[in-house]
Design a protein around this ligand. Sequence first.
Ligand code: HEC
Ligand code: HEC
Length: 266
Amino acid sequence: MFSRFGPARRPPSRLRRRLAAGARLVAALTLVGGLYTAFAPAAVAEDSSGLSPAAQQGKGYFDQTCASCHGSNAQGVPGKGPSLIGVGSAAVEFQVGSGRMPLAGQAAQAEKKKALYNLDQARDIGAYIEAVGGGPQIPEGDDLHSKGDAARGGELFRVNCAACHQFAAAGGALSSGKFAPAIAATDREIYGAMLSGPQNMPVFGDNQLTPQDKADIIAYIQNLRSDQDPGGWGIGRLGPVPEALVIFLVGLVALIFATLWIAGKS
Ligand code: HEC
Ligand code: HEC
């Protein structure tokens, strides 16, 4: 059993080779699995136990009131309600906080009404929808207009919003019985409307209007609303054209009466 060159190294037995290969495989799989869990986005919780307390609360409301139209996993129900995957807490807070959702009847458009859920509950439902599908969120805080510049916001509003909402935010009609309402909303509702684009309104993501642009627009809208028309009757706040028209008509009628009165005297 000795070769000419001394004792031969015994080749590893088949069993040992197999064991070593198996061990390498296990080690590689463990490494891959570990890397995956380290870098993969946090998995969406399948059951409610993985949800934050707020989201769990929200899931309760959702299952009770919204699931019939939006599906038990917010995936939508054909003919009843759209999927809410990816709409984010912004859309939910806007829709539920303003009373548009839960939808009541089959009108041309969901309208603002007395909210079924208060704002905290609306945000809980938002947290749940956020956990299920992600999406845009309204920034923290109730006072979002204080950082805004109303003058710059006015310019942005006339470019982006006035086509539908009229430039004094008084609202206007759209086709097929739909309309852009006069804006009477909180800072967060305005922000949520821009982020989610309800119904016929386009979505104004942060690429179209930066958070600063949005703050400016909100400052403009809230400034308009607080403005009490110090000159008297606002005449739709349309500016010099209707003002001149009013003066023309009222003035003309006054002149005619004055003439008639003078003519009657003599
Ligand atoms: C009767 C059916 C119905 C119920 C109940 C209902 N929805 Fe809706 N929902 C709709 C329909 C239809 C739309 C799409 C039309 C619209 O936007 O007005 C919609 C739209 C929405 C949107 C806007 C989606 C987007 O793309 O921006 C959100 C958010 C929403 N619903 C949340 C809710 C929540 C939360 C509840 C429960 C509190 C609820 N809905 C209850 C029918 C319903
Ligand atoms: C293409 C038309 C259109 C444009 C452009 C548009 N909107 Fe709207 N907006 C609508 C419609 C339609 C609604 C009603 C949606 C609803 O009730 O669900 C609405 C609703 C709103 C509301 C809710 C009003 C309330 O009092 O509850 C706000 C706030 C709003 N829009 C702000 C804006 C701002 C700010 C811009 C510009 C950045 C803008 N909109 C641009 C059509 C438009």
